[in-house]
Design a protein around this ligand. Structure first.
Ligand SMILES: [Zn+2]
Length: 716
């Protein structure tokens, strides 16, 4: 039965999409949901359904691929490339549902499944990417590409599949592929060791405080949290300051005890250098192995390999762009440092203390004072104007209506996995349903931190699918009957994540693998960072920022202070970020033979920052190498630059829109046509150019961040 279905899949793949292969089972994951837009049957999925569904998805895709490679007809675009793009839909769907529910309901049972499935999912991808018979067919079609008369999107699909297989090693000989698999396995295990060491080193770096007086400046809640943290480690009667993942530690903004600030900062930046959880040997070995893998695949460096697949294209393009930002960021950081030094000097004089020069562990402390003096508002004053429902419906949805003609209708008839989750049906200007938007805004114990967007289903004309996407935030849930009042940062996050959601919902492409947010990391943050700007647009703010009780609009002078405060500390933030991004590129630009040994890590960091022109002692990189998990543990190796790169595209887009009238349907429709509907149906930077009329420019970003020449220092 299964074989028969597999054999007819090439002709009628929708059979599988609709789950006929395992229709007998009562596992709801095996079937395309019968609900509107095929929204998952959240009320029927059991944790025990995932592993069998993953296994069925992998078997189904292997059958589909076997049907392609055993096809007696000579390879052509339809029987090979389109068939390949149709394959694996069950597995994709199960993966989307699992990954999203694992992130927002991260229970031990789900973690266990994740740990079990991760190596099986990656081995499955390798099995397809390194399938020799499949490669021969894909390459045969690719070699004829000039004579196939494909439309632009089909040509892109062919190029993407070919590139994906080449980059995975399909072109290598048997011995080289064996070495590649070895390298992949070693890199995977070293990465996870790096992550475990970061956890250990971070825990070990926590600072024990003997006297409560030393915690002067902290809130009662922070002091009690420190006492509890100490008690949890058997240090009852003491206090423990635990470390956050970044170089800077948030509590330094409040701690008046300078010696303690220095101890905490030093513990933070020395994490993973030596000790039980030393990461210097792990990371240098990782850099060496990635360099070797890149050489095996024919690239000068891992950075060259990684960036070829991104919109930036080359490490040189990123360096060139950053070289235009770094001087402005550093100049602002130095100007801010001078302001902070004045505060320090006044402070020292008032206390008749000994003079000292600003150090990194002083920065946040004095910056916090400056912030209070300059902007003079507190959260309690602002929050009543940012009530969640009002921000979403009269802000986020309103902007999408003005720009793209979208409207939203809540669907209380569809199942959700948590009672507070809301589902909205999204309608296009002509009344046609576009997809579903699932809003999961509140923090829960089992939910991962931060904010993100995920697809549950992606749009594709080929498969007749529309988008079902979600936004996830971690807003603290108020008591029963209380309103949900937000900070301006949370308002911005709502707009940001909704920008990703729009990228999924507005997608209008033929092929599933080119849909919506299936774009490289340095492009995927473009629509989201662009959408953030509507949170600051006068017309949009006026529409949503009303007092939740009186309905009165936010006083303009308060709003002006809130907006000005967004530019505070931009010199520090931009400098610490670019320093980390350039450090990332420096490591991954090394050929294997030039990678220093473990003892040379600190010296390499210093010279890399010096060479990149971003060495400035008061502003160290946001991460030092032994705790830089993005690039040594997660998938951001040679990719940490992506946020700022895509922000350049976002700010250029904002400047263009304002130059053409701002919040209008004409502007929205044009951006939608050129970029937001296009997924990866063309090369990302070509989409940007077709919208903007030229390549990315740096001016609008400097302007938006408040770093342009002539803009006032520190928002003053
Ligand atoms: Zn984002």
């Amino acid at each position: 039965m299964r074989r028969l279905i597999a054999a007819i899949l090439v002709i009628a793949p929708s059979t599988l999409t609709h789950g006929a292969a395992d229709a007998a089972s009562d596992n709801p994951l095996l079937q395309l949901s019968p609900l509107p837009y095929h929204i998952p049957q959240f009320d029927r999925i059991r944790v025990s359904d995932y592993v069998p569904a993953f296994a069925a998805g992998m078997r189904a895709q292997l059958r589909e691929v076997a049907a392609i490679t055993h096809d007696p007809a000579p390879p052509d675009f339809r029987n090979t490339i389109v068939a390949l793009d149709r394959s694996g839909q069950l597995l994709l769907r199960v993966g989307w549902i699992f990954d999203e529910l694992n992130a927002n309901s991260n229970t031990p049972e789900m973690q266990k499944i994740d740990t079990e499935m991760a190596p099986r999912r990656s081995a499955h991808r390798d099995a397809i990417n390194l399938d020799h018979a499949l490669w021969q067919r894909v390459d045969a079609v690719y070699q004829q590409r000039g004579s196939l008369q494909l439309d632009a999107e089909s040509r892109q699909l062919l190029e993407r599949w070919h590139a994906r297989m080449v980059r995975a090693g399909a072109r290598l000989g048997g011995q080289q592929q064996a070495r590649l698999r070895e390298l992949n396995a070693q890199i995977a295990s070293l990465s996870s060791r790096f992550g475990q060491n970061v956890l250990k080193a971070t825990a070990a770096g926590a600072v024990v405080v003997e006297r409560v007086a030393d915690l002067d400046g902290l809130s009662a809640a922070d002091v009690s949290a420190a006492a509890q943290a100490a008690a949890a480690r058997g240090l009852t009667g003491k206090w423990l300051i635990t470390l956050q993942n970044t170089t800077q530690q948030p509590l330094l903004a409040q701690l008046t005890n300078r010696a303690l600030r220095e101890r905490i900062f030093t513990a933070s930046v020395q994490r993973g250098f030596g000790g039980d959880a030393d990461n210097t040997a792990v990371l240098t070995q990782l850099v060496r192995l990635r360099a070797e893998r890149a050489a095996l695949l024919g690239y000068d460096s891992h950075a060259a390999y990684a960036l070829e697949d991104e919109s930036a294209g080359t490490p040189a393009a990123v360096r060139k762009l950053f070289a235009q930002i770094v001087p402005a960021a550093l100049a602002r950081a130095r100007a801010d440092a001078a302001e902070l030094q004045k505060l320090i000097d006044a402070d020292v004089a008032a206390r008749h203390g000994a003079a000292f020069t600003l150090q990194p562990w002083d920065w946040e402390f004095y910056a916090e004072r400056l912030r209070k003096a300059r902007y003079n508002f507190d959260q309690a004053q602002v929050a009543p104007y940012f009530e969640l429902n009002r921000v979403v419906e009269d802000g986020v949805f309103y902007a999408a209506h003005q720009l793209y003609g979208l409207s939203f209708k809540e669907r209380k008839d569809l199942p959700v996995y948590q009672p507070e989750v809301r589902v909205f049906e999204v309608f296009d200007a002509d009344g046609q349903g576009l997809g579903l938007f699932i809003a999961d805004y509140f923090a829960r114990d089992s939910k991962q931190g931060g904010a993100w967007m995920n697809p549950y289903l992606e749009q594709s004309r080929l498969l007749g699918m529309k988008a079902v996407v979600s936004n996830n935030l971690n807003i603290a849930k108020p008591g029963p009957g209380q309103p949900v009042l937000l900070s301006f940062e949370e308002v911005t996050t709502l707009f940001h994540e909704f920008g990703h959601a729009l990228h999924g919902l507005l997608s209008d492409v033929e092929y599933p693998s080119l849909s919506g947010t299936e774009t490289p990391p340095d492009f995927v943050e473009y629509p989201s960072q662009y959408n953030e700007m509507w949170a600051r647009d006068p017309q949009v703010v006026a529409h949503f920022a009303h007092h939740y009780q009186s309905g009165a609009p936010m006083p303009p002078e308060l709003l002006a202070r809130v907006l000005a405060a967004q530019r505070f500390e931009v010199g520090y933030a931009t400098t610490e970020y670019t320093a980390a991004a350039l450090l990332d590129l420096a490591w991954y630009s090394l050929p294997a033979a030039q990678v220093p040994d473990a003892a040379g890590v600190a010296a390499f960091e210093a010279s890399a920052l010096q060479d990149a022109g971003v060495a400035y002692a008061p502003v160290p990189p946001r991460y030092r190498s032994p705790y830089f998990s993005h690039i040594f543990n997660n998938d951001y190796s040679a990719g940490y630059y992506a946020y700022l790169w895509s922000e350049v595209l976002a700010r250029d887009t904002g400047a263009w829109l304002y130059a053409h009238g701002g919040l209008t349907r004409a502007n929205g429709d044009y951006l939608r046509k050129q970029v937001l509907s296009r997924g990866r149906s063309a090369e990302p930077l070509d989409l940007f150019r077709s919208f903007y009329g030229s390549g990315p420019e740096i001016g609008p970003l400097l302007e938006y961040r408040g770093l342009a020449t002539g803009q006032a220092g520190a928002g003053g």
